[in-house]
Design a protein around this ligand. Structure first.
Ligand code: 5GP
Ligand code: ZN
Length: 116
């Protein structure tokens, strides 16, 4: 699915056009609470730059790709799940039930998680 930056819900959150409960805010990366959290901690970490999925990750500067994971770790620390542990997940494509076509990391914790 191709969604333009104008219509992309996460681009709208990044631009401040739609409200979100922001957990971490910096130049290239934003983290906010998932609107329907599936765990006590469920935060989404996004690059401000629109890329749809992992197939487009080459469009992001290397430093931003690294920063996504550093922010995931920082969010886990801020929300107190570093010791207990957490999962970082990308749903990519139909079988993974990707719903929003703006690359994002799910950071989930606060309870025992299971695969998938
Ligand atoms: P995925 O694309 O990886 O399957 O999941 C998209 C995630 O975005 C879902 O967990 C969903 O709850 C979350 N989500 C969808 N729309 C919004 C929104 O408008 N605001 C926030 N904060 N989260 C959203
Ligand atoms: Zn977007």
């Amino acid at each position: 699915m191709v969604v333009s930056e104008a219509d992309c819900i996460f681009c709208k959150i990044a631009r401040g056009e739609i409200d979100a409960e922001v957990v971490h805010d910096e130049d290239d990366v934003l983290a906010f609470q998932d609107i329907s959290g599936k765990a006590p901690v469920h935060v989404l970490v996004i690059p401000r730059q629109h890329v749809a999925n992992l197939e487009e990750i080459g469009d992001l500067p290397d430093a931003v790709v690294k920063r996504l994971f550093e922010v995931a770790s920082a969010v886990a620390g801020k929300l107190g799940v570093t010791e207990s542990g957490y999962a970082v997940r990308v749903n990519n494509g139909p079988d993974a039930r990707q719903e929003v076509f703006h690359l994002h990391l799910h950071v989930m914790g606060g309870r025992k998680l299971s695969m998938p």
